[in-house]
Design a protein around this ligand. Sequence first.
Ligand code: PMP
Length: 397
Amino acid sequence: MWKNIVAAPADSILGLTEAFRNDPNPQKVNLGVGVYKDDAGKTPILACVKAAEKLLLERETTKSYLPISGDPVYAACVQKLLFGEDGEVVANRRAATVHAPGGTGALRVGADLLKKFMPKATVWLSSPTWANHKGVFATAGFPLSEYAYYDPATKDVDFAGLTRDLQAIPAGDIVLFHTCCHNPSGVDLDQGQWREIVEIARERGWLPFLDFAYQGFGIGVEEDRYAVEQFAASGLDFLVASSFSKNFGLYNERTGALTVVSPTAAESTVAMSHLKTVVRVIYSNPPAHGGLVTATILSDPDLHRQWLGELAAMRERIVAMRSALVDGLNARGVAGDFSYIKRQRGMFSFSGLSDATVAWLRQHRNIYVVGGGRINLAGLTSKNIDYVCDAIAEALR
Ligand code: PMP
């Protein structure tokens, strides 16, 4: 069957990891893939996760299937993270949450759900966006379009272009947003800008879909949910895809959730019924372990506090590496203003490095950066920061 079929291209980011792994040079540095690393260059298991797993090992009594929508305790925890401890949406039962395999699974469940009821919609993605957004929504059968987002000249959001584009999107289309820590640019919307976007959504009638893969990696767990809060307060329909890969370090446990928010509890019940039919035919019911770990942590005040501390440590290490990179380049007299790297949020930065520089760094210094110049700041450590700054300074000389 496969003899006359051309092989598919490797995933560009995961392909870079493969090349990095095969590179024997001990000085090699991976600034590519989107995984958090500590100062020793390891992707750690959080101590709160280890503690929760210990409890689960003692308490777990069955490996029988979860419900189609997943563990209800987990869904309640996800809703508290999204809407706050006393969220009106939760009190009024306006949210339907299903446990999904990772943020990617949540996006795909959302896409399949929407395709059933909005078959003619176009999905609008930020320019640029995470490459897999295109794959997920195109595979679900949607035509794609882009709205203006990042301006390479100002290294900031092109807010005039963004509002112009959002105002021209027709009712019945779907608009995907990065709730915080925009991937790949690192450039986020501020609170006033989110309020304007909610107003445009209300006026124009398109459906907002929030991708929330980095809650707590921007400013903090509470601050980062500002956009969710504003859309919740608007009373509009919207969706949120949560991922706990990064903020709980549960990458391989595939832990995420899709939450559909509706104006009323009655509508939310209908949404949940259709969510279950979507999940049933893709994976029947979700993998349990990651969700149980997350729910155990979030339901226990001590573990919850420990998680917030460990999450803050990850966030603050990335912020420190942003400063170290900018200060290191300035100290080496590299021409240009790199202060924008300090203003960006989350794990990623559009570094401003050209594709030629990216190629030079890989060929001559074994430093791996994704094409387009996206850097994962978490790949920097106190041990390799000088090596990387020296290399970039030389490349740009
Ligand atoms: N959305 C964005 C913007 C992401 O960066 C990622 C992870 N790279 C995801 C969704 C998917 O997360 P997960 O690994 O949980 O599927």
